[in-house]
Design a protein around this ligand. Structure first.
Ligand SMILES: [Fe+2]
Ligand SMILES: [Fe+2]
Length: 471
């Protein structure tokens, strides 16, 4: 079965109608999800939004676009097609058929991996819930809501796995995913970056560039999983995720483009008074979102992750394209470390260094964005450049959590850090300034002064299309 069935109460391509118990369990979770969406989802009242909805899991025409009231969005369960011959690509079970059921010995670990991934999806909806009030254009407003409904669907994707394969404990965890909340004192979301606020649209673009991109890499490792339903779930989520990163990449493009334009037109770096965001402020936001996203990859070394790999639960990014034995028992890797208190590297077993391997893939990908943004500056004839800060900068997890370092990678004393950090991370003044620019522009074809319009609209529609009808 490939095409989702929309005649069902819960659209799906997993044959839900043939499993009455599972269907009933998910149908009883559905109202809880909807009430979570109403209380914790987007706050701006709308009539309808030009949204894409999945109608297939493969090919170019997998999504259909149309104006839908958000509460009527058909959140569903869509897995990529099953490959009946799929074999495990790595670890001690390499070459064996992929698992269609959860092996008893890996049950707890697999459940934990799914819960952690699942927790991030509704968290970002919560973080972004008030952004509609200050959208710079209807186009941006539509993209925000598209990201939000799809993160909601990603929650469905993980909840399906918990309900279908993890029994009563899985159902309890699915309930908890709606009860933890981003930034809550009593029951926060599991990972740090998902408890930070996303108070303005520069943060939103940075979040969708850097933090959604972390999601891409985590999903990429789960797509390799020997547990086939998890692999197929993540494969389809990655298809949707690409749009979220496009929103981030082009969002930052457009901020940089507008800033560059105002700098050139007025022959000044000081564009704040002219209603644009100064490059140093953009750099500080980049520094913050990049460094908290690096933390999401965990410590440089991890025996848990080594065990996940050996067991076949979680692979490497593009596992099957790697040219090695896919077991890594005899290999080594250099990882970041403090050596005699200095920022340095040490050699460890490749298996325990897998978090570092994944973080490096991510860093190389992030560098692509910086290159694009610098091309915009260069094309405008400006000498300034943006950069990714050093991996030791502003870290709260891993080898550098206990030290302070400059964006150039120079170790600092606590006092030096306190004195200088306002040059590198957004200060209250910077945040207040950025927030002061955030006025909603809801008129068709109009855009706020701090950001350039997009080059292309959505689904071939022009920029001035009526992407959202407000209530
Ligand atoms: Fe997601
Ligand atoms: Fe996403």
């Amino acid at each position: 079965m490939t095409r989702p069935d929309y005649a069902e109460k819960i659209p799906n391509n997993v044959g839900l109608a043939e499993d009455r118990r599972l269907q009933r369990a998910l149908e009883s979770w559905q109202p809880d999800f909807l009430s979570w969406w109403e209380t914790m989802g987007p706050t701006l009242p709308t009539q309808d939004v030009y949204l894409r909805t999945a109608i297939d899991v493969r090919g170019d025409g997998w999504a259909q676009f149309g104006h839908v009231p958000m509460i009527d969005y058909r959140w569903g369960i869509f897995l990529a097609d099953r490959n009946a011959d799929r074999r495990i690509a790595f670890g001690q079970h390499k070459g064996e058929p992929a698992w269609q059921k959860v092996p008893g010995e890996y049950r707890a670990e697999l459940q934990r991996l799914i819960v952690i991934q699942g927790d991030t999806e509704p968290a970002s909806v919560e973080q972004q819930r008030n952004l509609g009030a200050t959208a710079p254009s209807l186009y941006d407003l539509r993209n925000l809501f598209q990201v939000n409904v799809e993160e909601g669907r990603h929650l469905w994707a993980m909840v399906y796995l918990l309900h279908a394969y993890f029994g009563r404990e899985g159902r309890e965890e699915a309930g908890e995913l709606l009860h933890r909340n981003s930034g809550s004192q009593d029951s926060p979301r599991i990972l740090g970056a998902f408890n930070e606020e996303t108070p303005d649209w520069l943060s939103f673009y940075m979040f969708t560039y850097f933090t959604d991109r972390d999601g891409k890499y985590q999903l990429g490792t789960l797509k390799e999983s020997a547990f086939d339903p998890l692999s197929r779930t993540c494969e389809f989520m990655l298809k949707e995720e690409a749009h979220h990163m496009m929103v981030g990449t082009t969002g930052v493009d457009r901020v940089v483009e507008r800033t560059a334009q105002v700098m050139v037109e007025n022959d000044t770096d000081d564009v704040a008074a002219l209603g644009a965001i100064p490059l140093p402020v953009i750099q500080k936001y980049l520094n913050f979102h990049y460094s908290v996203s690096l933390d999401l990859f965990g410590g440089e070394t991890s025996t848990n992750v080594a065990n996940y790999y050996t067991a076949g639960l979680k692979g490497r990014w593009l596992e099957e394209r790697r040219k090695d034995d896919h077991k890594l028992t005899d290999d080594a890797i250099m990882v970041d470390a403090l050596v005699d208190g200095d920022i340095s590297q040490v050699e460890v077993m490749a298996l325990t260094g897998l978090n570092t391997d994944l973080r490096r893939e991510y860093i190389a990908d992030c560098a692509g964005g910086v290159k694009r943004w610098n091309r915009i500056l260069a094309d405008a004839g400006l000498p300034q450049r943006l950069y990714l800060p050093h991996v030791a900068f502003n870290r709260k997890v891993g080898a550098f959590a206990g030290i302070e370092a400059s964006p150039a990678g120079q170790k600092l004393t606590a006092q030096e850090w306190e004195q200088a950090k306002g040059q590198w991370l957004p200060t209250d003044t910077d945040k207040t300034f950025v927030r002061s620019l955030m006025h909603p522009v809801y008129e068709r074809g109009k855009i706020a002064a701090w950001v350039a319009p997009p080059r292309n609209g959505i689904n071939g529609q022009p920029f001035d299309y009526d992407y959202v009808h407000l209530a």
